[in-house]
Design a protein around this ligand. Sequence first.
Ligand code: PMP
Length: 301
Amino acid sequence: MSSQWIFLSGRFVKKEEATVSVYDHGFLYGDGVFEGIRVYSGNIFKLEEHLNRLYDSAQSIMLNVPYSMEEMAAIIVGTVQKNELDSAYIRVVVSRGPGNLGLDPSHCSKPQVVVIAEELNMFPKELYDKGLRVGSVASRRNRPDVLSPQVKSLNYLNNILVKMEANQAGVDEALMLNDQGYVTEGSADNIFIVKKGTIYTPPVYLGALEGITRNAIIDLAKEHGYTLEEKPFTRHDVYVADEVFLTGTAVEVIAVVDVDSRKIADGKPGKVTKHLLSKFRELVTTDGVSCYPDVKLEKAY
Ligand code: PMP
């Protein structure tokens, strides 16, 4: 297999040589932002939306991304092309860069930009057919007035802790509530429920990241005539739903068939979930930025 190339602050380096300083505040403090993006058959799905969210996250934490959005788009396309990938997951990281051991980011002279593209299957294929088991966890989603869930910061410890809680409970994914007990989202995915033909998802102000897959599913649902409401709901509403599913760049669209040991309806992926998944699969190869033919990149870095 040919080697994997990583974009690391201005050049492509081999995976084995792609290292950053131990003084990088991204490493020391989780000081930075990131994005996860997918390429489907040469199409970078919703690239513009991902770039907007990356730059919004950076703006929120006063981090200057050292490239324009157009340059960053070219770098991302370039990383996919350099690795000769057709379908892949892309991770974009912008850290505050190397500083000293103090918290003060004014000592960090240069943000570091890393782009990794590689194949990724989040869950084994059979789980997409069978559906996931999900468990609600004790750790709450961090409050929007502390570190806003809209900032996709490198500080994902909260999400890692809930994933560990899910692992320990023997389920596939965690369900996070906010401090008032309303359902927010999974560790790295948004949640939808279906009840009597209406689709519900929590409003993001309750404490969910405004997922790009979430928004794509909202658009698809409306386009295909479903009634969809962004409305607060509790665990009880999830337990008695006709269908439950999760959305995210990594997980895509995946059914949930068991929540806190309550079987959801007949315990099989539901009709609406399957329909939206099939429409999503059609969308992903068209809505975005093509890596082919030649998007010229040299200018970007
Ligand atoms: N919530 C969280 C906490 C996430 O990290 C992600 C993954 N980015 C999502 C939801 C899903 O968002 P998206 O569809 O944009 O990947």
